[in-house]
Design a protein around this ligand. Structure first.
Ligand SMILES: Cc1cc2nc3c(=O)[nH]c(=O)nc-3n(C[C@H](O)[C@H](O)[C@H](O)COP(=O)(O)OP(=O)(O)OC[C@H]3O[C@@H](n4cnc5c(N)ncnc54)[C@H](O)[C@@H]3O)c2cc1C
Length: 405
């Protein structure tokens, strides 16, 4: 009698979410085929912040050790006022924080996080990884799924997960809601060797300089060898697109009203990569039959809560649990998965927009922000983070059926 777990699940997209999904399924004994359009499995970009919530997932996936070896553990989350140069608030990330959330807050290079997932996938006999295959067609075949790639290759599986990011092709099959919203916010990102970072700003902290329609973030990466710099400003000059070179003249114009430290830091970078930020409003149904979505394909969000990748890894663990709970009934499992996830991911999508307003406030809104955040104790701040960073019993349990099988 063939085991349902041997019938592979197809995963479109080998980014952080797609690889995490393959790994989470394999940890439950389920075979997966990842199909990636890029010529190789690789991440570009710069830093990623990891909340304690994703460390719960790393524990389930057996990744705490390799992640810890590559991450930086900052001392504080700090918000500065980028006009006055004064500190608005700081949340210490030491023992009290770790004790409350059981796990640390960390900073990691995106390529390192991707590499850890990729190596874990490569060491599993249950995962097959194909690059240079762009999925262009999806068909439900009654008891399974067939997909075709641009090069004419066909894959068959018991079910399909669209982990194909913000511009997801699979989302158009499942939801059909067209292009994402262009937020009117632009991000410039750069990575600087620590030797080039002015000494007085080499803080082992996650620092956000909040300004009027702008903000700048910096934090250390790769055990302190590098600094990650992210500059964000409002602009309606760009419609869509990502990862092209930015225009430093526009950046300096937008940051003209910021204090000297911020301008000093911006001047350190000659070559910025640019992202045009997009999101979508939350939805509650991102599954159709044997097809579901995960990560940015399901719930793309602005990066202001630093949770997009974290959420995609949570999705992966949740989805694998549900598939095992439902013993390979993918229709039921995908419904249960999205039912468990949509309010949490929707909350992060909505709160990310609110945070963006807060970071970029001016006038009375800015005064109010500084007053509210400035008067908080670290305990108040941590109480407000409980919903996000605290343990999610639904995610950290070992799926009941997995224990039996
Ligand atoms: C400036 C910025 C800062 C951020 N900071 C953070 C942070 O600090 N913390 C955090 O958690 N998140 C952060 N994020 C969000 C995070 O980067 C994303 O949420 C995350 O990368 C989403 O992963 P994903 O696997 O869902 O999608 P993606 O990373 O977009 O991966 C999708 C993959 O699918 C492939 N693909 C697409 N179409 C096809 C197709 N038709 N066939 C085959 N393959 C296909 C793509 O090539 C890609 O490899 C940030 C985002 C930005 C823009």
């Amino acid at each position: 009698m063939p085991n349902w777990k041997d019938q592979q699940v197809l995963i479109v997209g080998g980014g952080i979410g797609g690889l995490a999904a393959a790994l989470a399924l394999s940890r439950q004994g389920i075979a997966a085929q990842v199909i990636e359009q890029a010529a190789e499995f690789k991440e570009i970009g710069a830093g990623i912040q990891l909340g304690p919530n994703v460390f719960w997932m790393f524990a389930v996936l057996g990744l705490i050790e390799p992640i810890t070896a590559l991450a930086v553990f900052p001392n504080n989350l700090i918000m500065m006022d980028s006009v006055t140069g004064e500190e608005v608030t700081r949340i210490p990330l030491g023992d009290t924080f770790r004790k409350k959330f059981h796990h640390p807050y960390a900073l990691i290079h995106r390529a390192d996080l991707h590499k850890v997932l990729l190596e874990a996938c490569r060491s599993s006999d249950l995962i097959r990884l194909d690059a240079a295959q762009k999925v262009v067609k999806v068909e439900e075949t009654g008891d399974g799924i067939a997909v075709q790639t641009e090069s004419g290759k066909e894959y068959r599986g018991a079910a399909l997960i669209g982990a194909d990011g913000l511009w997801s092709t699979i989302r158009q099959v499942v939801v059909g809601d067209g292009k994402p919203n262009v937020a009117g916010h632009i991000t410039y990102r750069a990575v600087l060797p620590t030797s080039e970072m002015p000494e007085q700003y080499r803080w082992r902290d996650m620092v956000l300089w909040a300004g009027e329609k702008v903000h700048l973030v910096h934090y250390p990466l790769r055990t302190g060898e590098l600094f990650n710099l992210v500059a964000v400003f409002h602009s309606d000059r760009y419609q869509e697109g990502w990862d092209s070179f930015g225009d430093p003249a526009e950046l300096h114009e937008r940051f003209a009203k910021t204090c000297a430290p911020v301008r000093t830091l911006l001047n350190k970078i000659e070559s910025w990569r640019m992202w045009v930020l997009c999101d979508r409003p939350p939805i509650k149904n991102w599954s159709r039959g044997r097809i579901t979505l995960l990560g940015d394909a399901a719930h793309p969000m602005l990066q202001y809560m630093a949770q997009g990748a974290n959420m995609s890894i949570e999705d992966a663990v949740c989805l694998a649990n549900k598939v095992v709970d439902m013993q390979g009934d993918y229709l039921a499992a995908f419904q249960a998965y999205q039912q468990t996830r949509y309010l949490r991911t929707g909350r992060v999508q909505i709160m990310a927009r609110v945070y963006g307003e807060f970071f970029h406030a001016s006038g009375v809104a800015k005064e109010l922000r500084n007053m509210m955040l400035g008067s908080r104790t670290p305990e108040d701040a941590m109480a407000g983070m409980e919903w996000l960073y605290g343990q999610q019993p639904e995610l950290t349990r070992v799926a009941a059926a997995a224990v039996v099988s």
